[in-house]
Structures are given as C-alpha cells and as structure tokens.
Design a protein around this ligand. Sequence first.
Ligand code: PLP
Length: 363
Amino acid sequence: MEKYLIPLVPGPVSVPKEVLNVATFNYGSADLEPEFLTMYRETERLLQKMMNTKNHVVIQTGEGMLALWTALKSTLVSGDRVLVISTGIFGYGFGEMAESIGCEVKTLAFGFDETITDFDLIEKAIKDFQPKMITLVQNETPSGTMNPVKEIGDLKVKYDVPLLCVDIVSGLGGSCIDVDGWNVDLALGGSQKCLSAPANMAFLSVSEKAWEIVKEVAYPGYEALLPFLKAVETGYFPYTPYWHGIAQLRKACELIFEEGLENCINRHHTVAEYCRGRIKEMGLKLYPLEDAICSPTVTAVYVPEHMTWEKLDSELRLQNMVVGGNYSCLAGKVFRIGHMGSQANMNLVKEAMDILETVIHNI
Ligand code: PLP
C-alpha cells in the first residue's frame, strides 16, 4: 500500500502539508548561501528549546540511527567501559553498537515490558563498573514504555560519570524532555517520529564535557561529530548540507511551537490514554506491565490469541488502516499503535479503535 488513509505506524509518521510544502522548490547551494546558516541556526534554537538545553544541537542528514552512531563513534574508543541500561530493543542495541567499537559493555537488563525502578541496582553498577558512558532509551518504541532519565542523570553526577547518552528519538515532541535538568550529555533525536517530518534528519545535543571527549577521540569517519564543532561559525560543514531537510525540520518545529509545546505534549497524553482505554475495553492486553510507564507516543498491545499478526495486519489493511508490527522477540506477538506527532489525533485514533474493535471481534 503506497498511502495509508488511517496511518498509525510509530514512525515514519504522516507528514503535514505545511512540512511537505517547504521542500517543493529548489534552494540555493547550502555551501554558499548565508540564508542556509540562518535557517540552520534557527532550527538549532528551536530544537534546543524543545529539548530544554543550552548545549549545541548538531543537525545531520540521515535518519535517527545516525545520531546514535554519531554519539557512540565520536566519544568511545576500544576498551572504554559502557553501562547499558536496557528495557528493550533499542536499549540492547546500544550495547551491541558499543561492543562493535570494542568497548567493554555491562548491560543492566530489565524486562521489555518494564520501566526502570531499581535505582539501587543501577547505583551499585555505576560504583562497581565506573563506566565512561551510561546509555538509556527514554521512550522504547517497540515496547511502548517510557523510562525515567532524571534519576539516572543524578547518579551520573554523583559518581562523576563522564557521559550520559540518551535516545529521545520517539519521545521528543510528545513527552517532556529536560536535557539540562537531567544532566544528559548526548540526547539523540530524529525527524520522523513526533516531529512529523520525513525520515531524513538526525540531531543530537552535545554537552561541553561531550565536546571535550569528542576532541580527544577525534574520530574521523563519515558520522564524526568533530567537524560540526565550528561548522556554523565557519560555514564549513563536513558534507553538503541538505537544505530541504533542514527546512522541513524547522517547519516541523515551528508547528509544534505554534501549537505550544505543552499543548502538544498534553495532546499526546490525552490521545494515548484514550487509546489504552479502548484497547482494554475491547478485551485486548497492553504489553507494558501494570507498573510500567506507558508511552504517550506509542501503545504496544499483545496480538490477540485467536489470530496471527499477519492476519490482523492484513484485515486492518483491508480497512486502509496500518499499525506497526514489531521486531526481535516481540515480532508476531506485540503490535503497536503509533499516535505520535500528526497521528496523535483524537479523531484518527477514535476511528482506528472502532476499526480495530470490529476486526478483532469479526475474525
Ligand atoms: N531509537 C528509537 C527509540 C527508535 O524508535 C528508532 C526508530 O524506530 C530509532 C532510534 C532509529 O530511528 P530511525 O529509524 O529514524 O533510524
């Protein structure tokens, strides 16, 4: 299906016309024109405001994974100790990525359906392992759960851990993010989730401490952060910047601030609560455990016992509705309703829940 009438995939989400429209004409060369730098700076400023940070926000061409690789490759070297706090697929992913760089990884593995609550365990691990970096996912999209970041940030400060690296890819714009208040050194985001822009831009906030380490490591690869340190000042980027992508990202941020960030976050919470209520009413089971924090941007639900994921997906598609499947150990067992960004829309989700209810009761 090329287009979805009822799109509820947890990224890439449906892109509003206003965002599509700013990429329908030819911009000049981003390497040559000062207007590009102005737009880049404005976009950075809007992202800083959304993330609650005074740190620089580096914006790259590419999707969310690029920000994750950029952060790790630019600050870690073989032998560095990385403490991975994981409650899901992206949490574990950090560990695999750090291992591929040659790091010594210790993983605190919580259930995929859980939210982190055992801070004593984390404190002990930090004390014993003395990591250079702690990694955490704020919103585990495959599990439909959120994790507290502030408590981990407090422990990072208490034990003087150099770097706290947090994936906010599917939380930013749909939940409160407080990069400076949480003491996050590297906060990693992407354009295709709650920001409702195409899957073409990645960005990350970089603390002073992180820049120091980036300079020491001096990683030279394609996804290196170091060339961005002075890029805005000098106008020299490591590769030709993507003006259309920046324009769309800026427009997407502007739309959020036109609505009001708080209103936008509240909209996500209201729609998510409604969605969870309807799921329970129709007799389906939410994937997160009772005491987990359910994500305001994506709802993860067990595939009903009387049908397969493939059957559910194909029946929903017959109604022009598309939700997300899942990966790894959750594949075929848990499906996801992505009410993020433009899709955190009460009318859309009401219609979707009516269709889902009919489909599951008619098979
Ligand atoms: N982190 C999280 C939590 C995600 O959900 C995703 C995408 O689903 C990513 C990172 C990677 O983003 P992208 O698919 O844009 O590369």
